[in-house]
Design a protein around this ligand. Structure first.
Ligand code: ATP
Length: 270
C-alpha cells in the first residue's frame, strides 16, 4: 500500500498556460515557490525567510492540483503527490512513518515539489482526541510539522498542501514557518470561465455556431473541472451523432445533461 500512496511524477506537463481564471493565484504561488528556488540570495539579502509551505484552499475542481503541478514543471522540479487520506492508517505509527518516507523520498529527488491533497484529513481541529484513531491522526500531523520545522536545511524542497475544508484546519499547521502562505482558489467568474473554455476547446474541432462568450455567461457556479467535463460531454454528443465537429447544440445538450445531474445530486458537478 505504501508505494501506491505516493504518486511520483518526474516532471508534470501542465503549464501555467493550461490554467485559466486564477491569474492572481498563479502569481502568488510563483512568488512563494519559484522565487526561493531560483533566487534564494534575494531572501537572504532582504533578511526574511521564504514562505515555508503554501496552502491552497477552495472548492473542489478549481485547479489546485494543476497549480502545484505547473509550478513543479516550470521550475524543472520533480512532483510528489500524496493524499492526506492516505496518511490516515490503521496501525499505530504507520501514518508518521509514511510522512518520514515522503520527506526521505523528496530529499532524494531535489529539487522537488511535495503536494499534499486533502490536508484536512490529517490536520483537522482536535475533536475528541481520546479516541485512539484521533490520537494516531494527531501523531501523523505532529510528524508532518516536525518535518516542516526541519525545513531550513532541506534545500530545494517546496511543499504545497490543498484543502476544500479550510474551516476545519488545526491552527497549528498555519503558524509561521509552516503553511504560512494561504492562497484561496475560488470558482471562476465569467471571464475566468471564458478563459477555461478557451483552454479546453483549443484542441477541439468546434463549429462556427458555438458561442463561447454566452456559454461562459451561462455556466454560473461551474468550477474548472465542471467546464472540462462539459467540453468532453459536448464532444461525446457529436461522436454519438457520427459527427467530428462539435456544434452549439452539442454544448447546449451537455450543459443540460450536467445541470440535471447536478439537480439529482449524484454527478460530477460540485
Ligand atoms: P480537488 O480539490 O477536487 O482536488 P483541484 O482544485 O485540485 O480539485 P484540479 O485537480 O486541479 O482541481 O482540476 C481538475 C481538472 O479540472 C483539471 O485537470 C482541469 O482539466 C480542470 N480544471 C480545474 N481548474 C481549472 C482551471 N482553473 N483552468 C483550467 N482547467 C481547470
Amino acid at each position: 500500500a505504501r508505494a501506491q500512496a505516493m504518486e511520483v511524477v518526474e516532471s508534470p506537463t501542465v503549464t501555467y498556460d493550461d490554467i485559466g481564471g486564477i491569474d492572481e493565484q498563479v502569481r502568488e504561488v510563483r512568488e512563494a515557490v519559484e522565487q526561493p528556488l531560483e533566487n534564494p540570495e534575494m531572501f537572504e539579502e532582504v533578511g526574511i525567510d521564504p514562505p515555508a509551505g503554501v496552502l491552497l484552499y477552495g472548492p473542489p475542481g478549481t485547479g489546485k492540483t494543476m497549480l502545484a503541478k505547473a509550478v513543479a514543471n516550470e521550475t524543472n522540479a520533480s512532483f510528489i503527490k500524496m493524499a492526506g487520506s492516505e496518511l490516515v492508517q490503521k496501525f499505530i505509527g504507520e501514518g508518521a512513518r509514511l510522512v518520514r518516507d515522503l520527506f526521505k523520498l523528496a530529499a532524494e529527488r531535489e529539487p522537488v515539489v511535495i503536494f499534499i491533497d486533502e490536508i484536512d484529513a490529517v490536520a483537522s481541529k482536535r475533536t475528541d482526541s481520546k479516541t485512539s484513531g484521533d490520537a494516531e491522526v494527531q501523531r501523523t500531523m505532529m510528524q508532518l510539522l516536525s518535518e516542516m520545522d526541519g525545513f531550513d536545511d532541506r534545500g530545494d524542497i517546496r511543499i504545497i498542501a490543498a484543502t476544500n475544508r479550510f474551516d476545519m484546519l488545526d491552527e497549528a499547521i498555519l503558524r509561521p514557518g509552516r503553511f504560512d502562505r494561504l492562497i484561496e482558489v475560488p470558482k471562476p467568474a465569467v471571464e475566468g470561465r471564458r478563459r477555461i473554455l478557451d483552454i479546453h476547446t483549443r484542441d477541439m474541432n468546434v463549429a462556427d455556431d458555438v458561442d463561447l462568450d454566452s456559454l461562459a455567461e451561462e455556466l454560473d457556479d461551474y468550477s474548472g473541472a465542471d467546464i472540462a467535463s462539459l467540453t468532453t460531454e459536448a464532444g461525446m454528443f457529436a461522436i454519438r451523432d457520427g459527427r467530428t465537429e462539435v456544434t452549439g447544440a452539442d454544448f447546449d445538450a451537455a450543459h443540460e445533461k450536467l445541470s440535471n445531474v447536478e439537480e439529482s445530486g449524484t454527478g460530477p458537478i460540485s
